[in-house]
Design a protein around this ligand. Structure first.
Ligand code: ACO
Length: 429
């Protein structure tokens, strides 16, 4: 017999079904609660609310486990390419040689963007935040591919949209960077890997023969894999909710990019470097910053610390800490803020405030240090996160669509004024 729980409401016993996940996670199904009792549940920030049953990513925050479709993040980061991981997230299995070759070829064929999009970029001010440009550019792709707006679109149309997005995001991201630098655009090169092509569009110049550096390419591949999915986080939940209204995929991803931009989410990688720089310039030691982070009257937080789900350690941060050392050494880069970051981590991990609250470095704590060593400017860090997260967002959108999930529409408990008569302007005090 399936498991149930009993709830006593107004003296009446309500039996609710329990849903058990494949890793034995338990959830009480309250979907009929309002219809049968008039009650809803309330959970600001969805701290304890499951919005879907998903088979994409498993995350155990207590034990620091992260798996995509059953494969550990450690093994994927060590052995796979980003496109293999993208395929895994989208289609459920790692591709065989033939499947990967087809996928790779299809992505490569879609890397160009319409020439008219150049004019959009011309209109952005120099120094425009690249996340603002990226979110706008991705939404505007829907106007070039109007078939994406058709809610009865065919599977082939959906596949094309997915491949276009994965192919064009790097082109648009690199273009945003070049726009701010005032440098000429580099067109995509079909002979390079996904990461290699992105690097040449970022750092190549028409006057030079750009050679992709292996260390940089491998580091980028690893970073993108580590960011590729993270179950129902803020931006992914946004993509699913926007997509649930049957808005087209480009608009749903554009909304996800906007959600990722915030400093409490993907924007933290930029905020971490800015914080570490501030600490370095201040020169006054770390304790002052730890004390500020603990002070409830001070809005300062240790950026890159803490996570809604991880309360022990973030396995992505563990991988990135080692990678930061390796990459900086291989590139012969010495960055004083890596030492500050490690010291800060040690001080925080031995401080009761952080220990009690389960606050540990998250993925954003060390990723920025690597991006910096790769030559990527600070305001592009969150764009890099978006590049990595894209297949996760799309895989989650695809799953939501295939499961025919209902439109996302939370309820509320109203706490405002009760009904009252309208007062004309002259009678108001
Ligand atoms: N520095 C200092 N104190 C912190 C921090 C921090 N970075 N993070 C959480 N706390 C404290 C809170 O003040 C709170 O203390 P209290 O119980 O005394 O009130 C307690 O720890 C719990 O924190 P919440 O904000 O309630 O936890 P929540 O799950 O809502 O937030 C979040 C998680 C947003 C990640 C938070 O830890 C944070 O702001 N971290 C810094 C920003 C950051 O690094 N974001 C990236 C997250 S990873 C990602 O999105 C890719």
């Amino acid at each position: 017999m399936s498991e149930t729980v009993k709830l006593i409401l107004d003296g009446k016993e309500i039996v609710l079904p329990v849903i058990t996940g494949s890793e034995n996670e338990k959830a009480i199904d309250i979907s009929t609660l309002r219809a049968t009792t008039g009650y809803i549940t309330i959970d600001p920030g969805f701290k304890n609310t499951g919005s879907t049953q998903s088979s994409i990513t498993y995350l155990d925050g207590e034990n620091g486990i992260l798996r995509y479709r059953g494969y550990s993040i450690e093994e994927l980061a060590e052995n796979a390419t980003f496109l293999e991981v993208a395929y895994l997230l989208l289609y459920g299995e790692l591709p065989n040689i033939k499947e990967l070759a087809y996928f790779d070829e299809s992505i490569t064929q879609h890397t160009l963007v319409h020439e008219n999009m150049k004019r959009f970029f011309d209109a952005f001010p120099q120094g425009a935040h690249p996340m603002g440009m990226l979110s706008s550019m991705i939404a505007s792709l829907s106007t070039f591919y109007p078939e994406s707006q058709n809610s009865n679109r065919s599977v082939t149309d959906i596949e094309k949209t997915i491949h276009r997005l994965i192919a064009k995001l790097p082109t648009l991201a690199a273009k945003a960077y070049k726009h701010n630098k005032g440098l000429p655009t580099m067109y995509p090169r079909n002979d390079l890997s996904y990461c290699g092509n992105f690097l040449q569009m970022m750092f190549g110049l028409p006057t030079q023969d750009y050679k992709v550096n292996d260390v940089v390419e491998r580091a980028l591949n690893k970073l993108l894999i580590l960011h590729a999915d993270h179950e129902q986080n803020c931006s992914t939940a946004t993509v699913r909710v926007v997509g649930s209204s049957q808005a087209n995929l480009y608009s749903s991803i554009s909304a996800g990019i906007a959600a990722l931009w915030g400093p409490l989410h993907g924007g933290a990688n930029q905020a971490v470097i800015e914080m570490l720089e501030q600490i370095r310039h201040d020169g006054g030691g770390l304790q002052k910053w730890i004390d500020k982070a603990k002070d409830k009257n001070d809005s300062f937080r240790l950026m890159g610390f803490g996570h809604r789900v991880y309360k022990n350690f973030d396995p992505r941060a563990t991988i990135l800490k080692v990678a930061a050392d390796d990459v900086l050494e291989a590139l012969g880069v010495s960055d004083p803020i890596l030492d500050i970051a490690k010291e800060l981590e040690q001080v925080a991990l031995n401080d009761e405030y952080f220990v009690e609250r389960g606050l540990y470095p998250n993925v954003d704590f060390y990723s920025g240090i690597i991006y910096r060593a790769l030559g990527i400017p600070t305001d592009m860090f969150t764009v890099m996160f978006a590049l990595g997260r894209l297949p996760g967002w799309i895989g989650q959108w695809k799953e939501m669509t295939e499961q025919s999930e209902p439109i996302g529409r939370p309820r509320q408990v109203y706490q405002g004024a009760n009904a009252r008569p309208f007062v004309s302007l002259t009678d108001r005090s």
